[in-house]
Ligand binder design. Structure first.
Ligand code: SAH
Ligand code: SF4
Length: 444
């Protein structure tokens, strides 16, 4: 979501004479867009700020200046602390106030004024954000923000605020614009995206499954994904959509966090391991071969060896195509931060065991793909000339030799090899744009 938000900040500032600089050394303004989800991410801010201070001082010696703004969830959670700990910071702006960036920058011009915009405004920020001006073949689109679930380890409800779903017409308008700018795939974003319930044209709430069906009709849009979902919001209609909506890609990120029912309850996840298994089974019936990935936290306060073993058992049972796993990181203001903590060495050892298991499952998922042909959307240039990077429907990154003109097209790729985090393949055919596009005469 920060990638999407950063692009939105650039769009908001463009009419005010700002453009993207090639490097920090050429910049008049640097915005650090921050993440507060784990302590490590938050601490990175202060080392980055220290480096920017040196550049700012050097520019000031040449009679220029460098404005430094801190955006994102660390700004939201620690705005005042940032302004006092790094007094050369010119402004802080939380995720709900990006539409106000031009005014905040104007205020920061006044000597001695360092604004901090960290309220949760009544008016949706989406109404004040500028339209996208550019898009790659695969784009992000925020449809939902904030979270009302209050998992006991998580800062999101405090930094992103209450759940908000954008109206269907806004989402469709932005989707059409992104497609006009070259997008063929959209990843619908939200902290709890499958809780989406945006207002439809008749004023009634539309579910994520309903939104997927509406977006599937947008001419030129070939692929849809969404992230991140809560297992308890995986409704029957959304599971069914995976079976009957061919544009919905057969890959789902469904964080489970733990395999222990006691830990899941302590995390306030409001489901048991068995419920998760049932959801996965239903998804795999709706869309056989679907790639399931997940997030895990090890060393949640009070987690015993047996409870950690329950997580390993769950992983063994489900067989994931990929996963992110983390050591529990106490976050200020969240209920679990006040509980008795698991020693760091235990967390490290558990993470190591879990990641070895998950890496093995990812490798075998990727190895099974070798020899098969998949439709690949070519998304960006590779490191070497003549190489493009795309993604399979199963969300695997894949390197192919291709002409730069093929960027943004969907091609059939025979998968030839696996690497640790990607695949290699060769193009064996070209997939024309969807029929709807040809019917309207557009070429994307
Ligand atoms: N909304 C998603 C997750 C969003 S946060 C869900 O409900 O699952 C992304 C991931 O960061 C989480 O899935 C979790 O694994 C991890 N995470 C969040 N808070 C954490 C913490 N305090 N310590 C370690 N990992 C955390
Ligand atoms: Fe955080 Fe996700 Fe839980 Fe919401 S559902 S509180 S975003 S982990």
């Amino acid at each position: 979501m920060n990638v999407y938000d950063s692009a939105k900040m650039a769009d908001v500032l463009a009419p005010h004479g700002y453009g993207l600089a090639d490097s920090v050394d050429d910049a008049d303004l640097v915005i650090l867009n921050t993440c507060h989800i784990r302590e490590k991410a938050a601490e990175k801010l202060y080392s980055d700020l220290g480096r920017l201070r040196i550049i700012k001082t050097a520019r000031q010696a040449l009679g220029k200046d460098l404005r430094i703004a801190v955006a994102g969830c660390v700004a939201q959670a620690q705005g005042d602390e940032i302004l006092s700990r790094a007094p050369y910071t010119d402004l802080v702006v939380g995720p709900q106030s990006y539409q106000n960036l031009p005014e905040l920058l104007a205020q920061a011009e006044i000597a001695g004024t360092r604004p901090a915009a960290v309220d949760f405004p009544e008016v949706s920020k989406f109404d004040g954000l500028a339209d996208a001006t550019q898009s790659g073949p695969a784009a992000f689109l925020t449809i939902q923000e904030g979270c009302d679930r209050f998992c006991t380890f998580c800062v999101v409800p405090y930094t992103r605020g209450a759940e908000y779903s954008r109206p269907v017409s806004d989402v469709v308008a932005e989707a059409r614009r992104l497609v006009d700018l070259g997008a063929r795939e959209l990843t619908l974003l939200g902290q709890n995206v499958n809780a989406y319930h945006g207002a439809g044209d008749d004023g009634g709430a539309v579910s994520l499954a309903g939104l997927v069906r509406v977006l599937a009709e947008v001419p030129g849009l070939d692929r849809l994904r969404y992230t991140t979902s809560h297992p308890q919001d995986m409704t029957d209609d959304l599971i069914a959509a995976h079976g009957d909506s061919p544009k919905l890609m057969p890959a789902l990120h469904l964080p489970v966090q733990s395999g222990s029912d006691r830990i899941l309850a302590a995390m306030n996840r409001r489901h048991r391991a068995d419920d998760y298994f049932r959801t996965i089974d239903a998804l795999r019936i709706a869309r056989p071969g679907m790639a399931i990935s997940s997030d895990f936290i090890v060393g949640f306060p009070g987690e015993t060896d047996d409870e950690f073993q329950a997580t390993l058992d769950l992983v063994d049972h489900v067989q994931f195509a990929g996963a992110y796993s983390f050591k529990y990181s106490p976050r200020p203001g969240t209920p679990a931060a006040d509980l008795d903590q698991v020693p760091e060495a235990v967390k490290t050892a558990r993470l190591d065991v879990l990641q070895t298991l998950l890496d093995g499952q990812r490798d075998s998922f990727n190895r099974r793909a070798v020899g098969h042909t998949n439709a690949v959307l070519l998304e960006r240039s590779g490191r070497h000339p003549g190489q493009l990077i795309g993604r399979t429907p199963y969300n695997q990154a894949i390197y192919v030799d291709a002409d730069p003109d093929q960027l943004g097209t969907v091609v059939d790729v025979k998968i030839t090899a696996t690497k640790p985090n990607s695949l290699a393949g060769e193009i064996v055919g070209f997939k024309p744009p969807t029929e709807t596009v040809m019917a309207t005469g557009g070429v994307r």
